[in-house]
Ligand binder design. Structure first.
Ligand SMILES: [Zn+2]
Ligand SMILES: [Zn+2]
Length: 698
């Protein structure tokens, strides 16, 4: 019997369906399903994993954070423990009956490693399998792709798996050692621990640096002179051609000069072409999804689902050039019934020549992301449907013609002052007709000719300020990480999610907490290797070298250990300074605002006995003001005061969506909030913490 191992349960089922000659027999080993069928006259059993079946970890004796010196983890042995017991048992049991095995996991570093892990279990159960291993390599769960892959079985790449394993080991060594060191230095244990990571920390530094720039930014005032003009048609807005006036008096002077009519002095038109977008690779896709309001980690998960359900091709790819082997007309044929775009796809398919756009990166592992099958809105729903639509529409856009636009600029003179406005309209839709996401609204201007006179119906001087650099949105951060070589297409979404989960950042665009800023600063000061992107980008290069067989995994991991030892020494010498910086940040996050009673700071405190948190005044015991707090979710001080009662406002990052509230339970606004927060009962503030404090102190 030939055992076929896929990465996920639904992939295993699809592989069986696509290969089976005749019927598929469903079976189960405990709760793990498998599928028996005949392929090329041979009995096959297809079974799915749940991603990684082994997990790297330190031996039991290293598990106590407070007793084990963190530096011991640098050279400690790394064990691989079984993380999915049921799946592992099923693999062992099926392997005993098998005489050959085919690895059909995702084709990339991570997938190869997952396959090699499964093989280690298979060999354990049946050593004879060692000489009978094959690899199926495909980029889409479609009948054509899967059959082609099984007709051309290859070898498992130990090098590729080694690269994946090197990353796993290095991440564990750096992450565990430094996370424990930082948690110990700052005495943050349990769920409050402060994490440090090889990719996570440089990413946090990027976010914190941007915040620092924003805080250092000194806004400069400027003035603009806006006017409203009117011809036969409706009114339209123009601005003084100088744009920004540095002095208000100058803007006022220009304002005074305006008369009640303006003459057209120039009409300029410029046609432009907007070429269609390039095919989606992972970063392009995640960025586009983020602009639809679907964050990277969620978008990546949805894409993964759509792939295993056979709707889109493999979503982890750097490639932005469709391979010649991809039958574009066949893909278009699959889309003819897709809601909203069917006729468009049909029209493209009927055209004589298809000329897809090409991006800058061309790789051979996977094609760019494209739709592999038909899906209905009913079958997918909501965000899954949005993502599917995005992939479908992007694919169609890459095969479409350019869009053409016309930009009109009008200049006027009123009392010697130049006024101007411009607007762009789409004159030929091209790809924008099927890919509306990046389409801006047409800005129609009145049809005017040089010398025409129009009426000035209003004007005003508007005071404004220059703006600090904007915060990173999740999509923009993903792109920046790619540019800097931080993380991989597979890991970036999770890294960003971890920053949220650890309370280092909140919101989108991303805002770092004081703790996040402080940890970034302390790492920059005392462990610059892990705060900058150079080292981690070098490591990514080493991993490519491993997968190409140029260096050994052991070599790369050992070199990384040497670097970590140096980093650790530096840190140990500055433990107190490091802790001071971080504690300052933590205190910043716990300082909510001025006490209405005495003006000192209100601070998040914990009841010594119950551990429950509440708000107390820094002026205690002279000032006894307290407020209850919700017991769950991170609390972010907003630095603002409630407009109804004047007490400080906080944001609570609950399990569901974050909510903003003032800390005063008796606030008149609370009644409304309680009604809208239905089902959130567990998150409601409890007075218990505050009361217990009073009991224990009086
Ligand atoms: Zn007070
Ligand atoms: Zn209030």
């Amino acid at each position: 019997m030939r055992l076929i191992i896929s990465e996920k349960a639904n992939a295993a089922k699809k592989v069986a369906q696509f290969l089976a000659e005749g019927s598929v027999k469903e079976g189960k080993h405990r709760s793990v399903p498998h599928h028996t069928f005949t392929w090329k006259g041979e009995e096959c059993v297809s079974v799915g994993l749940k991603g990684h079946v082994l997990n790297p970890e330190y031996p039991e004796e290293y598990s106590n954070w407070q007793k084990v010196e963190p530096s011991k983890l640098i050279d400690a042995e790394i064990l691989k423990s079984v993380s999915e017991k049921g799946v592992a048992e099923a693999i062992r049991s099926l392997s005993r009956k098998a005489d050959r095995v085919v690895i059909a996991t995702d084709y990339d570093r991570e997938g190869e490693l997952i396959g090699v892990e499964a093989l280690s279990l298979a060999f354990e159960a049946n050593p004879k399998l060692m000489d009978h291993v094959e690899r199926a390599r495909f980029s889409a769960l479609t009948p054509g792709e899967v059959n082609r892959a099984f007709d051309n079985l290859l070898e498992v790449s130990r090098e590729l798996a080694d690269a994946g394993e090197a990353r796993q080991d290095i991440d564990l060594i750096w992450g565990a050692t430094l996370t424990r060191w930082v948690s110990r230095a700052t005495k943050r244990y349990g769920s409050a621990f402060l994490s440090v990571g090889r990719v996570q920390s440089p990413t946090l530094v990027l976010i914190a640096e941007r915040e620092r720039e924003r805080r250092a930014f000194v806004a400069e005032p400027y003035w603009e002179l806006d006017a409203t003009l009117k011809n036969g048609g409706g009114p339209f807005a123009v601005r003084h051609a100088r744009g920004r006036f540095k002095a208000e008096a100058e803007a006022r002077k220009a304002y005074e000069n305006l008369t009640d009519s303006a003459r057209v002095t120039e009409v300029r038109q410029k046609a432009a072409t907007r070429p269609p977008p390039t095919p989606f690779n992972t970063t392009g896709f995640l960025t586009a999804a983020a602009s639809l309001g679907i964050g990277p980690s969620r978008a990546a998960r949805i894409a993964e689902d759509l792939y295993t359900d056979g709707y889109i091709s493999y979503p982890r790819t750097d490639n932005t050039v469709y391979p010649r082997s991809l039958d574009l007309r066949e893909v278009l044929g699959n889309l003819k019934r897709v809601e909203g775009v069917g006729p468009y796809a049909e029209k493209l398919r009927a055209s004589k020549k298809l000329s897809p756009t090409r991006g800058k990166k061309e790789t051979t592992d996977h094609p760019p992301i494209y739709p592999t099958g038909y899906a209905s809105r009913k079958a997918l729903r909501e965000d899954r449907w949005k993502i599917y639509q995005l992939v479908v529409r992007r694919f169609l856009a890459t095969l479409s013609g350019p869009a053409r636009t016309l930009r009109t600029t009008l200049r006027f003179d009123s009392g010697g002052e130049p006024l101007t406005t411009s607007g762009t309209v789409v004159t030929e839709e091209g790809w924008l007709g099927v890919y509306p996401y990046s389409r801006r609204q047409d800005e129609e201007l009145p049809a005017l000719n040089e010398g025409d006179e129009v009426e000035v119906v209003g004007a005003e001087v508007v005071g404004k300020e220059t703006q600090p650099p904007g915060r990173y949105g999740q999509g923009r951060l993903i792109r920046l990480m790619e540019d800097l070589g931080l993380g991989t297409k597979a890991t970036r979404p999770n890294i960003i999610q971890n920053l949220y989960d650890r309370g280092y950042v909140h919101d989108d665009p991303i805002v770092p907490t004081e703790t996040g800023i402080a940890v970034a600063q302390a790492l920059k000061d005392f462990a610059s290797e892990i705060a900058t992107h150079e080292m981690t980008a070098d490591l990514e290069k080493s991993m490519d070298a491993i997968s190409e067989g140029k260096v050994s995994k052991e070599n790369v991991v050992d070199e990384s250990r040497d670097v970590l030892r140096r980093v650790y020494e530096n840190l140990s010498e500055s433990e107190e300074k490091f802790a001071d910086i971080v504690w300052n940040g933590i205190r910043g996050d716990e300082t909510l605002g001025p006490c209405p009673n005495c003006g000192k700071n209100l601070i998040v405190r914990r009841n010594r006995r119950s551990g429950k948190r509440f708000v107390g005044c820094e002026g205690y015991p002279e000032c006894r003001v307290t407020y209850p707090l919700p017991q769950r979710g991170d609390i972010i001080p907003l630095g603002t005061q409630c407009d109804a009662c004047g007490s400080p406002e906080i944001k609570v990052l609950g399990k569901k969506r974050p909510w903003v509230t003032c800390i005063n339970m008796d606030c008149p606004k609370k009644q409304e909030q309680r009604q809208s927060a239905d089902g959130n009962e567990g998150d409601q503030p409890s007075r218990e913490g505050a009361h217990e404090l009073e009991k224990s102190t009086t």
